[in-house]
Design a protein around this ligand. Structure first.
Ligand code: SAM
Ligand code: ZN
Length: 267
C-alpha cells in the first residue's frame, strides 16, 4: 500500500532500511519490521494506545480461540471483496492476519500502540505494520479495498478518503448484551445504555449487518485476560476487581455486530 509522510503528506518511498519523502523526512523500519509514522504532534500521551500487558493478554486470549466465531464471520464477509486490506486499531494482528490469509489480499495493519504493532510484526511476517493514528492515516487517497476496524475507532472522513470507490468498510462493534456475565460480576448494578448497533456514518451507506453471538467459557488467567481486552479494565473498581479475582471460571456470551459500509460515490 502506498504510504504518505505523516509530516508533509508527500509519498513515501523505501530507501535503505527506511521510508523517506522528497522533503527528506525519514522513518526507520524497525528490526521487527514495523514503521513508526506517528509524529509527536499526533500523540496525546507518551505511549498512546494499549500497553504491552494489554497486548499480551489479548494475544493469549485470542489465540485461545475463544473469539474464533468473530474471526470466521469477518473472513466469510471479507472474502466477497477485494483488497488491499487496511486494519485500523489492528492490535496484535490476530484478526487481520487471518483475513489476509482467507482473502489472499495484501495487508497493512495500523495501531497507535507501538507495543501492539511490534507484537503483530514479530508474529505475522510478510505484511506491513504501522504505528500511526486512525485520525491521520498515512495512506494515499482511494488506495484501500477493505478497511476494517474491530472493537476500535471509526473516523468516517479519513476512512472515506482512503477507500477506493468500490471498497468497503467492515466495522465490528460490541452489542448491548456483550459480556453481560463479566459485567454482572464486576459492577454492583448495570445501567441500561441505548447503543446503536449500526451507527450512521457520514459519507457511507450501510450495506448489511451480520450479528455474531455465541457462548464461551474461560478459566484462570484467561478471565483476567478477557477483562484486559475490554474498556472495563479502565472503569473497574476495587470491589469489582476483587470479585473477578475470585472467579475461577466464567461462562459468558459474546455478542457483536459486523457492519459493512460502502463509501458514497462523489464525482
Ligand atoms: C480494543 S483494541 C482492539 C484491537 C484489535 N482490533 C482486536 O480486536 O483484537 C483497540 C485498539 O485500538 C488502538 N487505538 C486506540 N486509539 C487509536 C488511534 N487513535 N489510532 C489507532 N489505533 C488506536 C489501541 O492501541 C488498541 O490496540
Ligand atoms: Zn515529508
Amino acid at each position: 500500500m502506498e504510504l504518505l509522510c505523516p509530516i508533509c503528506g508527500e509519498l513515501l518511498t523505501k530507501t535503505d532500511g527506511a521510508l523517506a519523502c522528497p522533503a527528506g523526512h525519514s522513518f526507520d523500519i524497525a528490526r521487527q519490521g514495523y514503521v513508526h509514522l506517528l509524529p509527536v504532534q499526533q500523540k496525546h500521551s507518551r505511549n498512546p494506545g494499549d500497553t504491552r500487558e494489554q497486548v499480551l493478554s489479548r494475544r493469549s486470549f485470542l489465540e485461545g480461540g475463544y473469539y474464533a466465531p468473530i474471526c470466521d464471520a469477518l473472513c466469510q464477509v471479507g472474502k466477497s471483496y477485494c483488497g488491499p486490506i487496511l486494519d485500523v486499531g489492528c492490535g496484535e494482528g490476530y484478526y487481520s492476519s487471518r483475513l489476509a490469509a482467507a482473502t489472499g489480499a495484501e495487508l497493512t495493519g495500523l495501531d497507535i500502540s507501538k507495543e501492539a504493532v511490534r507484537c503483530a510484526a514479530a508474529r505475522y511476517k510478510g505484511h506491513q505494520w504501522l504505528c500511526a493514528s486512525a485520525a491521520h492515516l498515512p495512506v494515499k487517497d482511494k488506495s484501500v479495498g477493505i478497511l476494517t476496524s474491530l472493537f476500535a475507532l471509526t473516523v468516517p472522513e479519513e476512512f472515506a478518503r482512503v477507500l477506493r470507490p468500490e471498497g468497503i468498510f467492515i466495522q465490528v462493534l460490541a452489542a448491548e448484551d456483550h459480556l453481560l456475565g463479566l459485567k454482572n460480576i464486576i459492577y454492583p448494578e448495570l445501567h441500561h445504555k441505548e447503543k446503536f448497533s449500526a451507527p450512521e456514518l457520514p459519507g457511507f451507506v450501510l450495506e448489511k449487518t451480520v450479528p455474531v453471538r455465541f457462548t464461551f467459557t474461560v478459566e484462570g488467567q484467561q478471565v483476567q485476560n478477557l477483562l484486559s481486552m475490554t474498556p472495563h479494565v479502565y472503569r473497574i473498581g476495587k470491589a469489582g476487581a476483587e470479585a473477578l479475582r475470585n472467579t475461577p471460571t466464567l461462562t459468558d456470551t459474546a455478542s457483536c455486530v459486523l457492519n459493512v459500509y460502502q463509501p458514497i460515490h462523489k464525482e
